[in-house]
Write a protein that binds this ligand. Structure first.
Ligand code: 1GP
Length: 257
């Protein structure tokens, strides 16, 4: 089974899945391996690898080759630039920053990356992703020249998400930015989910189980956490549990109605 199909089947099974984002630039190769094995043990459903401020291909290869073979969960690249590809990953989020003001981040980098995917990284499964930046936006918002959607403008987020679905993206990511002071609001997630059928991933600034549960109950198909794994692994365990429990709760209440 491909990675996209795996993610969709986990979402169908659990209601909401959890993915951990690790930034190789913030940890050593050894820490990376330990953290990757730990999040798998805690029940995270996939490992995303990337960062907005530069990782070299050599560094990615070094870090990923050290975990290849020991991980059962898929490794999905979450590239901040075209240099962030590695043959040691299973898939790549082929992302377009839909609300960037610079066409390079919407389609320019993707053209460069697709040449690399055709010529050098044929084993990497591309999963197309509409990346929509909201609120704080964090480093990724700054670097990709995004015009972040205000936290309370559900209507604008909805317009972007529906456009993304019509354009044929596999998945939609509502991103508040790594370390955001406030995560995406549950109301925005539930409105988007009412309209779109593609999986909706939510991330940025989620650092407690309560918030993660609210977002899962609002309909998020996947919750991403990054920073917390470095800061408080025990809390990450509780977040993963809260995501899965709330996802299953939402799923069973949908079945009843
Ligand atoms: C960033 O959404 C992710 O792309 C993770 O954000 O580091 O705030 O968990 P955090």
């Amino acid at each position: 089974m491909g990675v996209k199909d795996y993610l969709i089947s986990r979402i169908n099974e659990l209601g909401t899945i959890h993915m951990t984002l690790l930034d190789p630039d913030k940890v050593t190769a050894r820490e990376f391996r330990e953290l990757a094995l730990m999040v798998q043990e805690y029940g995270s459903d996939a490992l995303m690898v990337g960062g907005s401020l530069g990782i070299s291909e050599g560094q990615l290869d070094e870090y990923l080759s050290a975990v290849k073979g020991s991980l059962k969960i898929p490794v999905i690249l979450f590239p901040g630039s075209v240099a962030n590809l590695s043959k040691y990953a299973d898939a790549v989020f082929f992302l377009s920053v839909l609300n960037s003001a610079d066409p390079y981040f919407i389609v320019g980098a993707q053209i460069q990356a697709s040449v690399l995917l055709i010529k050098r990284f044929r084993n990497l499964e591309p999963i197309s992703l509409a990346y929509i930046i909201v609120g704080d936006g964090g480093a990724v918002g700054y670097v990709s020249h995004a015009r972040p959607i205000p936290y309370d403008r559900d209507d604008i987020a909805l317009a972007y998400a529906y456009a993304a679905q019509l354009m044929g993206f596999d998945m939609i990511y509502l991103e508040a930015g790594s370390g955001a002071r406030e995560p995406i609001r549950p109301r925005m997630v539930s409105k988007v989910k009412l309209l779109v059928s593609k999986p909706v991933i939510v991330g940025g600034g989620i650092r407690d189980p309560g918030k993660a549960a609210e977002l899962a109950l609002a309909g998020a198909d996947a919750i991403v956490t990054g920073t917390i794994v470095e800061e408080n692994p025990e809390l990450l365990k509780d977040i993963i549990m809260a995501v899965h429990e709330s996802g299953i709760k939402r799923k069973s209440s949908l079945k009843r109605n």
